[in-house]
Design a protein around this ligand. Structure first.
Ligand code: SF4
Ligand code: SF4
Length: 138
């Protein structure tokens, strides 16, 4: 499952550069995680690198995004395939919804409110179906 940054974030900036998927970006107030790009670091590292470096341990798993390890690995492979052939490594994640759409809410949280196709067009049917089957966030 994707991870989520809570409002305990102190904006220390150390997690963004360690994410292998460019899933972390600064939101309007604090950093956020794009669940369409977070693989819990599966396919890259043995443990989530953002959790390793976060000094206040404010990056728990997001129960709104249940994904098996196989699904996370498939997502990682799709992200790698999507970045192959580009001029360089994947850059910071683009917020899935403009910050103005939900002031004060980090990009990762905003992403929960949009369909998979808008959040990450590169995702395949597996993750898209997974998202559509989720209950709507409260
Ligand atoms: S768990 Fe890994 S992929 Fe997910 S946001 Fe953290 S560093 Fe990025
Ligand atoms: S490492 Fe933790 S406190 Fe620092 S910016 Fe990332 S989420 Fe926020």
């Amino acid at each position: 499952m994707a991870l989520i940054i809570t409002d305990e974030c102190i904006n220390c900036d150390v997690c963004e550069p360690v994410c292998p998927n460019g899933a972390i970006a600064m939101g309007e107030l604090i950093y956020g995680i794009d669940p369409g790009r977070c693989t819990e670091c599966v396919g890259h590292f043995d443990e989530p690198q953002c959790q390793v470096v976060c000094p206040v341990q404010c990056i728990p798993p997001d129960p709104a995004w249940p994904e098996s390890r196989d699904a996370l690995l498939a997502k990682a492979l799709r992200l790698k395939a999507g970045s192959a052939g580009s001029a360089g490594p994947a850059g910071p994640a683009e917020p899935s919804v403009p910050a103005a759409a939900a002031p004060g809410i980090a990009p990762g949280m905003q992403a929960e409110r949009v369909p998979a196709a808008e959040s990450d067009p590169g995702l395949g049917a597996e993750c898209g179906a997974l998202r559509e089957s989720r209950p709507a966030p409260s």
